[in-house]
Every structure is written in C-alpha cells, then in structure tokens.
Design a protein around this ligand. Structure first.
Ligand SMILES: [Zn+2]
Length: 91
C-alpha cells in the first residue's frame, strides 16, 4: 500500500524572503541595478548610477520591508550604499 503523502503546494512567491532589513536593502539595490555583484568574487559593486539609486529608494519608500517604516528602509538603502565601493576589492 502506498502512503498518500500530501504534496505541499508550490511556494507562492519566488522572491526570497529577506531575514534582515540590510539584506532586503541589498536585494532592492540589486533589483534596481544600483549595484551589481562581481561575477568572479560575488562582492557587491556600486554602479554609480544615480537614477538606479533613486529607483531603489523610491521602491523602498513605496514597498517598505515588513515591520519597518519607509524612513528606516531608505536609511537602510543609504547605509548599504555607503558600505559598497565602486570596484570589486578582489578584481
Ligand atoms: Zn571581483
């Protein structure tokens, strides 16, 4: 007799669930092409694109990280950008 194991429905959202505000901010910046990841080392690299930054900040304001205020989300975006250089440290 086969046990009829119930299959779980597929995950509804394909977006990763970010555990921290910082990780979320990083994801927003990547999504809006404000930063990229070095294909060789995986380091985040600032693309120095003001329009992309503005889009990421706007998206952070309009769709803030759950549990955080829009102000906190924009601050997190700025904070992440401050910590990222415009070239990969290992390239
Ligand atoms: Zn690199």
């Amino acid at each position: 007799m086969k046990s009829n194991a119930q299959r779980r429905p597929p995950l509804q959202a394909r977006r990763p669930a970010y555990r921290s505000l910082e990780g979320w901010a990083l994801g927003m910046l990547i999504e809006h092409h404000a930063i990229r990841e070095c294909e060789h080392h995986g380091h985040a690299v600032d693309r120095s694109d003001p329009d992309a930054r503005n889009r990421a900040r706007e998206a952070a304001w309009n769709q803030p990280f759950p549990g955080a205020s829009p102000e906190e989300c924009q601050a997190a975006i700025d904070e992440v950008l401050r910590g990222i250089g415009d070239s990969c440290p290992d390239c």
